[in-house]
Design a binder for this molecule. Sequence first.
Ligand code: SAM
Ligand code: FES
Length: 356
Amino acid sequence: MNMSKLSGLLNKIYAAALPEPEDLEQVLSLSGQDELGELFAFADKIRQKFCGNGIVLRGIIEFSNFCARECFYCGLNKNNRKLERYRMNKDELLEAIGYLAACNIKTVVLQSGEEAGLDVLWLRDAILKIKSSFDIAVTLSVGERSADDYRVWRQAGADRYLLKIETSDESLYSSMHPRMDFRNRLNCLRILKESGYQIGSGNIIGLPGQTLKTIARDIIFFKRNDFDMIGIGPFIPHQDTALAGQNRGDAGLTLKAVALTRIVTRNAHIPATTALGSLDKDYRIDGLKCGANVLMPNFTPQPYRKLYEIYPQKRCVNEPVGACNFCMEDMATSLGRFIDYSKADSLKERKANSNV
Ligand code: SAM
Ligand code: FES
């Protein structure tokens, strides 16, 4: 595609209330260096206009790897009997958050597998304690739960919730998630929004059976739902799952999806995901150059960190707690940007500083 045609197409996508899937597909199929350069520079400009030059840090603590689900791609799935399971106790969790807060980080993401054993009141008490001890925004990422559970945690002070749709294609979703219901996932996202959470969602790039059209529709799904945060990561096959031996997701395609998502959603927070950093090289820096504005340092303490093996060769599994911070400072400096140590609430007007 010649450069003026591409520039016209990108401007059309940017200006559209809802972009045409065919236009997104056309951009997702680009492969020339000049074309990709144009796309990434366009997305980077939009990132700068709507998010500025700060790189937001979201510290993640993976507090349990128990999971009751059977997602075909995920190393935590309940059928993986080789994985040693753990659940951090409240003291360990608070100690890890204390460390994160001492590093001046103002957002913690509490993530676990989807475990039936996660007691709603245990997590409520943990949230109450965290919010009374630290000036920190709390994001939960513990999967599908009841409306009551979501409300209890929100009332205890949880600010944000991360629930990736993984794919917006119902039949692809069903083929990856035995005994799960796509409609219920949508329903959870709706309830979370109604409960006043800032919402993060996202997808996986390179799931077997996914096409460029599917990814184009995912991006339209992100726009329609006006998510506050959107995580896009490549599929990395895990040897002890049903998808062992499949091809991994393509880094270039993931970067194109990040860039287009930035152009289409404008001011959503978009991380350069850990999965993007866990391929043949660390592509997070490329992600930050084509639309991403968030990094997620890992604050899960050992020995647990290496047991949260969603996929193999996950980044930062052996680094000491806190090392990621220095590394991320370096990344920001090398890009002429800076680390934003604020809570970095949603940039969507209606959500800024919303509290219960
Ligand atoms: N249980 C929570 C939920 O259901 O939202 C969060 C935990 S889950 C392990 C976190 C994310 O890991 C998922 O949303 C999925 O996108 C990602 N993930 C799992 N397996 C993966 C793989 N093999 N490659 C890339 N991403 C993967
Ligand atoms: Fe963890 Fe670089 S981000 S060591």
